[in-house]
Design a protein. Sequence first.
Length: 135
Amino acid sequence: MFKQIDYVMVGVSNMDQSVGFYKDTLGMPLKYKTNEWTEFQTGATTLALHLSKPSIASAPAQREMIAGTSTIGFTVTDLEKTYHELKAKNVRFVMEPKMREEEGIKLAVCLDPDGLEISISETVKQQIRAEAPAS
């Protein structure tokens, strides 16, 4: 019945600040902008920003996924380069690049201006493990 995600909506407390982050800092192509709704074209899926009430809680101290919440993720070709470019733009990271061999990726996590976690990953080639010879 459902075949693809058409858009992901992110609630933001300050539209101009968030548009600046996603457009200028992350380099996403702007598709449409108003004071309450903005869209970026990110391949087959549109990233939409919706002006919302500010969150009462600050970014979680523990990096645990909480039911009913979500994060967004992007794949890049060179995570180390992307990480250093974003750090130079003062992007806050809650996880520096780490190998996740069991997942076949290298992963880093940064925060948007409202504290939403953004996963950035690079696919890495997994080594083919040789099977032990039969005895």
